[in-house]
Write a protein that binds this ligand. Structure first.
Ligand SMILES: Cc1cc2nc3c(=O)[nH]c(=O)nc-3n(C[C@H](O)[C@H](O)[C@H](O)COP(=O)(O)O)c2cc1C
Length: 338
């Protein structure tokens, strides 16, 4: 396990060894994944929506506690604009708090009440969003840290327009709370660049998808390993009502883009192709990788093999340290004033 190489406000806030967060992954960030990240020195977040009912989520919390050897881990809470989709939010929060979880990644619409509740129980919340404007609102609403993701991010980067490396120095100047950036980060060099740009840490997803501890089918992981710079596609971009979704370019994604180009706009026009169960049951469970919208960004191009999470994280930290040394060697010695 790599020794701590960077101490930032994010490592201090979360009590972690490395400034690396693994964002919640629908269907994939289960106890094995989250515990693997935590044991490797980062912080990761279970996604309650991935479980069929609160009881299953509660059992996963217990499993995560055991697999993490009692080390703190996090939970992702996603606030939908559609009130019916937030029906179980309170219950998920209660279950997580009862299980001793104090680290939350909030996402989505108007997180103020949720953040307040988390604070009442002694927890901390990092709010993830696509725009600096949202991050400033989250800071005002009490978020302990914010995370801004660019359009390179796998999954739903929202209406992010600027790459995270552009946003970072702007955000650094505008925000007081610790800043995490993400979207396209898959190497140690990028982590160092993020820190140099004013971020206190990074959030990652796509680079970690082929970790040994991810439960998905080997054929899916091989697809991630094979991904290159052009292997992802963006569906529902612009002002499409279904919201931007960056995925691996497979048959399902191509079919969605074809229907979109033909003018389809309603959820019902895409329902059988984009259903989450397509990804879960076909691609992740059975390795039928042409089915399902498989959230993924171009950082997957940095995945070269299936390997244990600890080796991935250690490699990232080593890469960041090496980049730092390379930069230090570029510095022109300055004359000492007489
Ligand atoms: C397979 C996958 C599933 C994701 N599911 C979620 C999710 O359920 N909730 C969430 O907040 N973010 C989700 N994300 C976004 C990640 O948490 C993270 O913000 C993003 O992956 C960072 O960008 P990167 O993919 O370029 O590393 C998902 C990303 C991927 C790749």
């Amino acid at each position: 396990m790599h020794a701590p190489a960077f101490r930032t406000r994010v490592t201090e806030l979360f009590g972690i060894r490395h400034p690396i967060l693994a964002g919640g992954l629908m269907w994939l960030s289960d106890a094995a994944y989250v515990a693997a990240v935590v044991r490797a020195g980062g912080m990761a977040f279970l996604t309650p929506r991935s479980f069929p009912e609160p009881g299953a989520f509660a059992r996963e919390l217990e499993r995560c506690h055991d697999l993490a050897g009692g080390m703190p881990f996090g939970v992702n809470l996603n606030l939908s604009r559609v009130p019916a989709r937030n029906r179980l939010l309170e219950e998920w929060l209660d279950l997580a708090l009862r299980a001793g979880v104090r680290h939350f990644e909030t996402v989505g619409h108007a997180p103020g009440d949720l953040i307040q509740r988390i604070h009442q129980e002694g927890g901390i919340a990092i709010h993830k969003c696509p725009l600096l404007r949202h991050a400033l609102n989250a800071e005002k609403a009490g978020a302990d840290a914010v995370c801004i993701v660019g359009p390179e991010a796998g999954g739903h980067p929202g209406n992010a327009a600027l790459g995270c490396m552009v946003v970072a120095p702007m955000a650094r100047r505008a925000l007081r709370v610790p800043l995490v950036i993400g979207g396209g980060i898959g190497t140690g060099e990028s982590i160092l660049a993020a820190l140099a740009s004013g971020a206190d840490g990074v959030v990652m997803g796509s680079r970690l998808l082929a970790a040994e501890e991810v439960w998905a089918h080997p054929a899916y992981k091989q697809r991630v390993v094979a991904a290159g710079q052009d292997s992802t596609a963006v569906a529902f971009g612009g002002a499409h009502p279904l919201g931007t979704w960056r995925v691996l370019e497979n048959d399902a994604a191509r079919e969605v883009l074809r229907r979109q180009a033909a003018g389809a706009r309603e959820h019902a026009d895409f329902a059988e192709v984009i259903a989450g169960t397509e990804a879960r049951d076909h691609a992740y469970r059975r390795g039928e990788v042409e089915r399902g919208m498989l959230s993924c960004g171009p950082a997957a191009a940095f995945v070269e093999e299936v390997e244990p999470m600890e080796r991935i994280i250690d490699g990232l930290v080593q890469g960041a340290v090496a980049a730092q040394r390379r930069l230090a060697a570029l510095a022109v010695p300055q004359a000492v004033p007489a």
